[in-house]
Design a protein around this ligand. Structure first.
Ligand code: MG
Ligand code: ZN
Length: 215
């Protein structure tokens, strides 16, 4: 087989497992998010804020993909979620098989919302469907406004965009118009939530979206 055929075979096997994951989630009535971002954009912070504000209304599970540590899973648990760690053993993304084995040992009937924190990386996580209902990309102000132009694949494939750390806009050169123009070309009309996990500004519409998606 050529290299391309091998890659296509891996991806179609991944898609089959992703469909199984979706069926498991749907059977248990769980709404699931795949959270993707570069390292430091605020995936874990957004999870903490979401759990903190919604755990009185929703039962929330968090599955954390990380290359080696369980620090993020511990933060999610401390915020009040049922959390589990997937150590990818050096892999730079989660795939449907990894999520499948995590789901098998998770009691899905006891949660309403599952947040999957992917490995911090803007490239390959976009290529592996997990079977979650929505994929969410977190961009952040300090990363710069050129990211949609540099990483078009991930911007093109997501359902929702969070722009985190908007409290830093006065201090960091970030051209919001240039950023949003790039996003619009790749993913017209993309649902976008500008917010700050640190100050909680803009958090409410994000929480409302999640709550409505779970009902
Ligand atoms: Mg994290
Ligand atoms: Zn990877």
């Amino acid at each position: 087989m050529t290299q391309i055929q091998v890659v296509e075979k891996i991806l179609s096997a991944n898609d089959r497992i992703a469909d199984e994951n979706r069926a498991m989630l749907d059977a248990a009535g769980v709404f699931a998010l795949n959270l993707m971002a570069s390292p430091g954009a605020g995936k874990t912070s957004l999870i903490e804020q979401t759990v903190k504000h919604l755990s009185n209304r929703l039962r929330i599970g968090v599955i954390d993909g990380d290359i080696a540590t369980s620090l993020d899973a511990e933060r999610a648990a401390a915020a009040g979620a049922v959390s589990m760690q997937i150590n990818t053993g050096g892999d730079c993304h989660l795939d449907a098989v990894m999520l499948h084995s995590a789901l098998a040992s998770f009691s899905l009937n006891d949660i309403d919302l599952l947040i999957v924190e992917n490995v911090g990386n803007l490239i390959c996580p976009a290529n592996f469907r997990l079977g979650t209902h929505k994929s969410v990309l977190i961009a952040s102000i300090p990363e710069g406004d050129d990211k949609p132009y540099k990483y078009p694949g991930i911007y093109r494939g997501v359902d929702t965009l969070v722009i985190n750390k908007i409290d830093l806009l006065p201090y960091v050169p970030f051209d919001m118009e240039n950023f949003q123009r790039g996003v619009e070309i790749l993913n017209p009309g993309l649902l976008t939530f500008p917010l700050s996990c640190r100050t909680a500004e803009g958090l409410e519409p994000w929480l409302t979206w999640i709550t409505e998606s779970c009902s």
